[in-house]
Design a protein around this ligand. Structure first.
Ligand code: ATP
Length: 510
C-alpha cells in the first residue's frame, strides 16, 4: 500500500499519532494510540517470550535510562557516536553525508533494476539474470560506479575523513534532493547523544546522557546478573527499553525516530566461540521473523563490510519496507570490547570464572538488537492491504484489511449484536463480551450496519468477528467470521473463548 495511505490509516484508526500534534507536532517523535499500544505490547511480548522465557540461559532486566556518564566514555559513544553532517547553503536543508552518497548509489541501482526487468521481458524464460548482470556492458559500468562510490565512502567514514566525504559528494555531482543545488557546506561530525543536566551538580560534572542504546545497561550489570542468577557461560541478558538519538535526518514515519524502543539481547560466550554463536543467532532471529508469517522474500541479510570499532562480524536483517530494503535488526559480534572497556574505566573486574576450563576471562558478546518501532512498521506495512471481496449482496467491493498474524493483532475478537435496538440481542452480546474479555482483548460494537462493522474490524486487523443474532436467543450459538477467509461458522457460545484464545495466543507462534 502507498506509504502516505499507511500513515493516515495509522492515525485514523488510533495506531499512531504525531507527538504534540495540537502544537503542530514535534518531528521524529510519535505517540502510540489505543490500538498501536496494544500491537506494540504484543510485539514486545512475542520477543520477550521467545528470547527470555523460552531460554533457560537467558534472563531479562530493566535498567534505568540515565547511567553514569563514564558509561558512555567507556562504550565509545562520547568520542565516536557521530554522523557526518552536511548542509545545503541554498535550501538550508541538513543531510547525512553518507545517506546522500547512498541515495546516489540507490538511484543507479534503480536504473540497473529497470534494465534487468526490460531484458527479462525481452528474453522470456531463457533469461539468466546472473549472466546478464555479469556480462552486460552498461550494467557493469553502473555497478562499478556504485562500488566505487560506496567503497570510497566506507574508507572515508572509517578514517573519519570529512574533507574526503565532501570531495566525494562534489565529484559525484550530488545535488540537494530538495532544491537541486550543489552548494554544500563542509562535512562535520555530529554526536547523536542527547544530554541533560543533573539538578545538584553544575557544569560538565553534572552532564548526563539519555542512553542511545539499551545494551550498556546490560554490560554494566554483567556481574550483578551473573552472580545473582548463577548463570554459566554461554548465557544471555535481555532488555526492552527506550533509547534516544538526535538523528540528523529523521524521516519515514516511525522508521527513524529521536526517541524509540529497542529490544536487545547480549549473549556472553567463551572467547573463540563467538562465530558459532553469531551464526546461531543469525538463523534464530531470521526464524523468529518468519514465524510471524513474514515471507522469506521480504527479508534478507546484509553483512557489514566495514565494521564498527568493537565488532569482528556484523549483519543486518533487512526488511522490504515500502521505501526499499532497510535495516530492521542488527546482529553483532562485539568481542570483549564493552566489558573490557568498562572494566578498565571502572576499575571493577568484569570477568567470569569458567569452572570447566578452570580459568577467568572476560566473555565475548554476540548481540541481537531490534527496534520495536521498526518491527511495528514492518508488520503494519506488510499486513495492510486493499482487496476486492464480495459484499453482503454478493457484489464486488473493496476492503482495507490488516492481515496481521492473529497472535499480535491488537484486538482478537469483536462482539457484535446484529441490531442495537433489540434489547435481548444487546444483552446476549454483552454476556458474550464479559466471558471473552477474561481471555483476550476484545471490542464490543453495536453502531452501524453489520457489514460496516465487519469492515472496521478488518481495517484494524481483528481476526474474528462474533455476531449475536436471533438464532443465538433460541439455541445459544453465534457466528464467527474469519477476517481472512470471510468464512462464517456457527458455534456454541461456550466454545467461543477457547476457539478465539487458542488461535490468537502468542503460544501459537512456538
Ligand atoms: P541505522 O543504520 O538505521 O541508523 P543503526 O545501525 O544505527 O541503524 P543499531 O545501532 O544497530 O542501528 O540499533 C539497533 C536497532 O535499533 C536497529 O536495527 C533499528 O531497528 C533500531 N533503531 C536504531 N535507530 C533507530 C531510530 N532512530 N529510530 C527507530 N529505530 C531505530
Amino acid at each position: 500500500m502507498d506509504f502516505k495511505k499507511l500513515v493516515s490509516h495509522c492515525k485514523e484508526y488510533g495506531f499512531i499519532f504525531q507527538s504534540s500534534e495540537i502544537y503542530d507536532g514535534l518531528s521524529a517523535a510519535y505517540d502510540y494510540g489505543p490500538l498501536g499500544s496494544e500491537l506494540k505490547t504484543n510485539i514486545k511480548q512475542y520477543w520477550w517470550k521467545s528470547m527470555v522465557q523460552m531460554h533457560q540461559n537467558i534472563v531479562g532486566i530493566d535498567a534505568s535510562i540515565f547511567m553514569h556518564p563514564k558509561t558512555w566514555k567507556a562504550s565509545g559513544h562520547v568520542d565516536a557516536f557521530n554522523d557526518p553532517l552536511i548542509d545545503n547553503k541554498d535550501s538550508k536543508k541538513r543531510y547525512r553525508a553518507d545517506q546522500l552518497i547512498e541515495g546516489y548509489a540507490e538511484k543507479i541501482e534503480g536504473k540497473i533494476t529497470k534494465d534487468v526487468d526490460k531484458a527479462r521481458k525481452r528474453f522470456g524464460d531463457a533469461f539468466d539474470e546472473a549472466e546478464f548482470r555479469s556480462t552486460n556492458g552498461r550494467i557493469l559500468d553502473r555497478q562499478a560506479k556504485i562500488d566505487n562510490a560506496i567503497g570510497t565512502m566506507n574508507k572515508q567514514l572509517a578514517a573519519e575523513d570529512m574533507e574526503g566525504l565532501k570531495a566525494l559528494i562534489e565529484e559525484l555531482e550530488i545535488a540537494c534532493p530538495d532544491s537541486g543545488s550543489r552548494n554544500w557546506t563542509e562535512v562535520r561530525q555530529f554526536n547523536l547523544m542527547f544530554s541533560t543536566q543533573l539538578g545538584n551538580i553544575a557544569g560538565e560534572e553534572g552532564k548526563l546522557y539519555l542512553r542511545p542504546e539499551t545494551a550498556q545497561g546490560i554490560f554494566v550489570n554483567f556481574s550483578n546478573v551473573q552472580k545473582s542468577t548463577r548463570q554459566k557461560v554461554p548465557f544471555g541478558i535481555a532488555q526492552i527499553g527506550k533509547a534516544f538519538r538526535n538523528e540528523i535526518v529523521a524521516r519515514q514515519f516511525i522508521f527513524r525516530m529521536r526517541e524509540f524502543e529497542q529490544m536487545e539481547m547480549q549473549f556472553f560466550v567463551r572467547p573463540g566461540e563467538e562465530m558459532k554463536w553469531y551464526d546461531h543467532w543469525k538463523q534464530t532471529r531470521l526464524d523468529w521473523h518468519k514465524a510471524l508469517g513474514t515471507p522469506a522474500e521480504n527479508l534478507r541479510f546484509h553483512d557489514h563490510e566495514s565494521l564498527a570499532h568493537y565488532a569482528n562480524a556484523a549483519t543486518d536483517i533487512e526488511f522490504k519496507f515500502p521505501f526499499g530494503f532497510r535495516e530492521l535488526e542488527g546482529i553483532h559480534s562485539r568481542t570483549d570490547f564493552d566489558l573490557s572497556a568498562h572494566q578498565e574505566l571502572s576499575g571493577k573486574k568484569l570477568q567470569y570464572f569458567d569452572p570447566e576450563l578452570n580459568e577467568n576471562y572476560v566473555p565475548y558478546v554476540v548481540e541481537t538488537s531490534i527496534g520495536c518501532d521498526r518491527m511495528f512498521l514492518a508488520q503494519v506495512a506488510q499486513a495492510l492491504q486493499e482487496e476486492t471481496v464480495p459484499d453482503a449482496d454478493g457484489k464486488d467491493s473493496t476492503r482495507t484489511v490488516m492481515k496481521l498474524h492473529p497472535a499480535i493483532a491488537p484486538v482478537k475478537a469483536a462482539v457484535l449484536p446484529l441490531l442495537k435496538n433489540k434489547e435481548e440481542l444487546v444483552n446476549a452480546a454483552n454476556d458474550v463480551f464479559d466471558k471473552l474479555k477474561v481471555h483476550v482483548n476484545c471490542q464490543y460494537d453495536e453502531k452501524d450496519a453489520i457489514g460496516r462493522r465487519y469492515r472496521r474490524q478488518d481495517a484494524i486487523g481483528t481476526p474474528y468477528s462474533i455476531t449475536i443474532d436471533f438464532e443465538t436467543l433460541e439455541n445459544n450459538t453465534v457466528t464467527i467470521r474469519d477476517r481472512d477467509s470471510l468464512d462464517q461458522k456457527r458455534v456454541a457460545i461456550d466454545e467461543v473463548s477457547k476457539i478465539v484464545s487458542d488461535s490468537t495466543n502468542i503460544n501459537s507462534l512456538f
